[in-house]
Design a protein around this ligand. Structure first.
Ligand SMILES: *Cc1c(COP(=O)(O)O)cnc(C)c1O
Length: 392
């Protein structure tokens, strides 16, 4: 039996007719940029997460960059985050001119160790960026408390955790802003790149909306007025949300980016967002079967705090003999992945930050032991049984 780590074809086939209709609808309408389909998805997404604003962007990485910038983070600022994450988390901090300050993680949940945050706060610290890694929510109450005490902003990197819950509250609604990714392998994925910034903060929303489209037009003017304390009517244009025919397009107020969610991707996501709760429930079902079946092996199964409802973006095990286990699974046709083999403080590009091996002992320990096995919603009972028997 051959089982991929994630089966995007199976997901496509489960919705093929609806997805074709959505895609061809955009193709034939020729409304490729912004417009109603994108706005509809932003509304549906804001409602799903339970936040006031959802601002679609070209991908999750751009979302992090634009959100940080909209929060006023830039040159010389420090942002506290985890080294046990996908590179984009720290990359975005660097891209706005800031410095990622790494704090080690917990060995069981893989999330930022909140007891080690305060010792890293300096006069330059502006924000904390927890990552809900593998779909397990970070300890947000403690993080928000530290942030409040030290007057810091909190931005959730929620790229792996759409639909997750923390003490009954939705991931993405727990800080000042949050960012999601619709990369195809994420729990809610499109057919290419896509991302979303969400926030309840009107000012962050206005600036982010301006930055994602060259700081131009009505949104650019609003952001400019806000940043410069100008109280004046903003010039409104028919079609201001339509960046193809927007008459205010060539009036620029901020230096921004070109980072929009394509209408075709929004159309696809409008179909898929209806499935996300079912898909996440299936992932949890599979994960629970694994937890039960593997608890008597010498593998370490993933841990969830009892106040978190995880979404298992990845199901990550730990083994002292990772290479041997992966080799056996490969021979048996079971695909696996290693997340993450190099913690970010040891990446070559961050040599200048001066970290060395031993600085983040838990992240380094995990980087030698963790591996992911298939946990996607379309897995059949036979496939799950096969994976378990081969692991055992
Ligand atoms: C996927 C991911 C991102 C980046 O998203 P893209 O859409 O690929 O740019 C950022 N942070 C984390 C934790 C991710 O998993």
């Amino acid at each position: 039996m051959n089982i991929p780590l994630i089966d995007l074809k199976a997901q496509y086939e489960s919705l093929a007719e609806e997805l074709k209709e959505a895609t061809f609808g955009i193709l034939s309408s020729a409304n490729y940029i912004m417009g109603k389909t994108v706005i509809d998805f932003e509304k549906a997404f804001a409602e799903y997460v339970g936040v006031k604003h959802a601002i679609s962007v070209g991908n999750g990485t751009d979302g992090l960059v634009i959100a940080l910038k909209a929060m006023g983070i830039g040159e010389g600022d420090e942002v506290i985050t985890t080294p046990f994450t996908f590179f984009a988390t720290a990359e975005a901090i660097s891209a706005v001119g800031g410095t990622p300050i790494f704090v080690d993680v917990y060995k069981d949940t893989f999330n930022i160790d909140v007891t080690k945050i305060e010792e890293k706060i300096t006069s330059k610290t502006k924000a904390i960026m927890p990552v809900h890694i593998f779909g397990q929510c970070a300890d947000m109450d403690e993080i928000n408390e530290i942030a409040k005490k030290h007057n810091l902003l909190v931005i959730e990197d929620a790229c792996q955790a759409i639909g997750g819950k923390y003490k009954g509250r939705n991931v993405g609604s727990l800080g000042d802003a949050a960012v999601f990714s619709f990369f195809p392998t994420k729990n809610l994925g499109c057919a290419g790149d896509g991302g979303m910034i969400v926030t309840n903060n009107d000012d962050i929303a206005i600036i982010a909306k301006a930055l994602k489209a060259h700081g131009s037009g009505e949104n650019g003017q609003k952001a400019y007025n806000l940043l410069n304390n100008i109280e004046e009517e903003v010039q409104k244009a028919e079609g201001a949300n339509d960046t193809v025919y927007n008459p205010l397009k060539y009036y620029n107020y901020l230096i921004g980016y070109n980072s929009r969610l394509d209408a075709i991707q929004a159309a696809i996501l409008n179909v898929k967002i209806k499935e996300i709760d079912n898909w996440n429930a299936k992932r949890r079902e599979v994960a629970e079967i694994y937890n039960e079946a593997l608890k008597d092996t010498d593998l370490v199964t993933p841990v969830t705090r009892d106040y978190v409802e995880p979404v298992y973006h990845m199901y990550v095990l730990q083994s002292e003999n990772r290479e041997a286990v992966l080799e056996k699974l490969k021979t048996a046709g079971v695909s696996t992945g290693v997340y993450y083999p190099v913690p970010l403080h040891l990446q070559k590009c961050y040599k200048n930050l001066g970290y060395k091996e031993g600085d983040m002992p838990v992240s380094e320990y995990l980087s030698h032991r963790t591996f992911a096995i298939p946990v996607y919603p379309e897995l059949t009972k036979d496939q799950v049984d096969y994976i378990i028997s081969k692991i055992k």
